[in-house]
Each structure stands twice: as C-alpha cells, then as structure tokens.
Design a protein around this ligand. Sequence first.
Ligand code: PAF
Length: 283
Amino acid sequence: MSRPIVVDSVAGLRAQIRDWRREGLSVAMVPTMGALHDGHISLVRIALERADRCVVSIFVNPTQFAPTEDLDKYPRQLAHDLDRLAQAGAHLAFTPDVSEMYRAGFATKISVGGPSSGLESDFRPTFFDGVATVVAKLFLQASPDQAIFGEKDYQQLCVVRQLCRDLDLPVEIIGAPTVRDAHGLAMSSRNAYLTATELEIARQLNAILRRTAAALVAGADESSATGEASQALLSAGFNIVNYVAARESLTLGPWRRNHDGRLLAAAWLGKTRLIDNVEIPRA
Ligand code: PAF
C-alpha cells in the first residue's frame, strides 16, 4: 500500500501533473470535500480503472455554502481521508487551503444555467455557482482527462456536464452509481450528523423514491405520485420535504412519460438535509 503524494499548492499540483504528462500518463480526477466514505472510494476505483493516475481533491469549498449552512461543522478528517486514499491506491491528494483556492481579492463567479434551475437552487440559490466555480478551477489546475462524480448529487452531475460543454473544458465527465448501505441509504458525509433514530428514518427515503418511480412507470399521475411520496416521507418522520420531483434525466426539464427520467428528492430530518434520486426507466 503506497501513500498518495499530498500537495497543497496549485504550483505543486501542476508540476506533478506535468511530470506525469511527460511520461505519457493519463489522469482522472475525483473532486471531493473530504470526510471520505465508501461512495468516494467507489469513485476512486472508477478513476483507477480509467486512467493511469488518480488525483483526489479534498477541499471544503466555502463558496458553495450559504451563511446559514453547515460550513463550520462540515466534517474535516484529513488523516483518515489520506489513509482511505492509500488503501484505495489513489496517487495524489490535492489539499489546498481556502487562501490557495481563493486568493485575496478573488472576484470571479461561474454561473451555469439550464439544469441548475429549480430543485436544489430553489432552496440553495448560490450553491451551484459555488460548485461550478470551484470545479472549473480544479479542472484548470489539474487538467484531468476525466473526472468522476457520483449520481447521488444528480443535479450537480448535470450542472458539471453543462459547465464543461459550455466552456469547452476538455474533461470527460463520468457519472458513477450511488453507493448505498444495506438498507438503501445513500452514502453521504452528512449521514454522520444523524442520530440512531434518524438513521432508521433516513433509510426509508430510497424505498419511497423507488416505489414512486415504479408507480410513475406503471402510469400513475405525476403530481399525485410525487405528492404521495412527500406525504410518505413526512409520515416516516422527515420534518420538511423540500421537493419530490420527476425530471427528464439529461436536461432536468419536465419529465415526459416514456423518456428517460429521474425522480429527485430533498428532505430535512432534524438538522440534517438529505437528498437522493432514482431512475425512472422508460415504461
Ligand atoms: O460533491 C462535492 O463534494 C462538492 O460539491 C464538489 C463537487 C467537490 C465541489 O466542491
């Protein structure tokens, strides 16, 4: 088991990537905010299958958090993350601090339209600008051939694809299946906030979404089915349902029956906001 090279400066990252490029090696990137779990490690495995070198960024990006959100309490556990990356075989961990990513006087923002509208943006209006800005920076810093993003953050995946298409960023975006626990709960760094009772409730989210997607495929009326799913989440113990929505899977525009769809949801459980999504296959 070899430890990943740890680099905390953009110059250091570029120097290492340049060396690999000189050797003719390909590079895949896994952008993360750390607190690595099995979901992240599955992305690293995909990166290692597809490229000669795997770079994992670990950066809790302040620009994607609203002032009321959990930036300060977001889990930070670098030593544990580096152990996990060593076990997984990642080659480099890029661990910049905030001043390295956002130098004094930083004044640029990337705002992606299209799939960023609605859903998460209705509740986190500045989130995707922060994500797009940091992802664009990471891609310009590391110039990877490919980057791997989990389908768990499905709208984010669509936004990153749109970002690369619109700005001609030469990075192939690979969407990776969500990793779940034995009860269907999607792996998330924020699951660490859940109490034991909340964990039991959280585990019902995916089952409710799968049931609703099956009902839609079987011909259920869209607004009744998503309304019933919201009610089912509240009955299960969620406090607030932000949305349960059926969308077209590529653009996130309105869902059309017999087209590839996605059912997406966000709901609060105590102080924790959970998101998840499932495929709505063609009938
Ligand atoms: O999904 C995440 O962990 C973050 O939004 C990302 C893509 C690393 C950008 O900060």
